[in-house]
Design a protein around this ligand. Structure first.
Ligand code: HEM
Length: 178
């Protein structure tokens, strides 16, 4: 195995990157802390490309993913109150749909990072505690993994997608809990 020298190199050479997009580019140049965070979880160019590749699959199931997300959130009366006080379920469903598809666009750049930091502020403002935020992430992960298992039969690819998706969710959590 080749040693990874930087975050632009592929750590997953066993998957032929036939979906390579030359314009896909990982984040901010230089030694920023976010780059160190990305390296620490081994989030690399291969993940970016795989996310982009997965996007149509997620898109096909997005309504189900979002519906099950809000079902579980609304089951918690405290969270239902927060939502009704500040917004509506229909509005937030649309917001989440866009947000999730955006996550799979493969564009992890400065705008991506800043958007997460802004979302964190919004949630803080409405009084959403981190424990509920993290629970919501687990719900999303369950839905993503179920989608992937239903759609992908190749074991190697399946493992890669699970790994990439959990890295992505971990990254989101790092940013929103900052
Ligand atoms: C707003 C994503 C969990 C309640 C938002 C926005 C996004 C988002 C993208 C729009 C932010 C903006 O205006 O720029 C997420 C994600 C979650 C999550 C990815 C979990 C993985 C929750 C939970 C609740 C919640 C569990 C439960 C109370 C709200 C509310 C707003 C909001 C009330 C709207 C605030 C306002 O417009 O004044 N969320 N959310 N979110 N979220 Fe979440």
């Amino acid at each position: 195995p080749t040693k990874q020298t930087n975050h632009h190199s592929f750590s997953t050479p066993e998957i032929k990157p036939d979906w390579v997009r030359d314009e896909s580019k990982l984040v901010i140049d230089g030694e920023t802390e976010i780059n160190e965070q990305l390296r620490m979880i081994d989030f690399n160019e291969g993940d970016v490309q795989l996310l982009h590749h997965m996007r149509p699959m997620i898109s096909r199931r997005i309504d189900w993913i979002v519906d099950s997300f809000y079902q579980s959130v609304l089951d918690v009366s405290k969270l239902e109150e927060i939502i009704k006080k500040h917004s509506t379920v229909e509005k937030l469903k649309q917001t989440l749909r866009e947000h999730l598809l955006d996550m799979f666009s493969g564009n992890v750049d400065q705008e991506f990072i800043l958007k997460r930091l802004r979302i964190a502020k919004v949630h803080k403002r409405v009084g959403l505690e981190p424990k509920w935020y993290l629970s919501a992430f687990q719900n999303l992960q369950n839905a993503f993994l179920q989608t992937i298992y239903q759609e992908v039969k190749d074991e190697q690819l399946l493992l890669q997608m699970v790994r990439t998706t959990t890295k992505l969710l971990n990254l989101e959590q790092q940013l929103v809990l900052e």
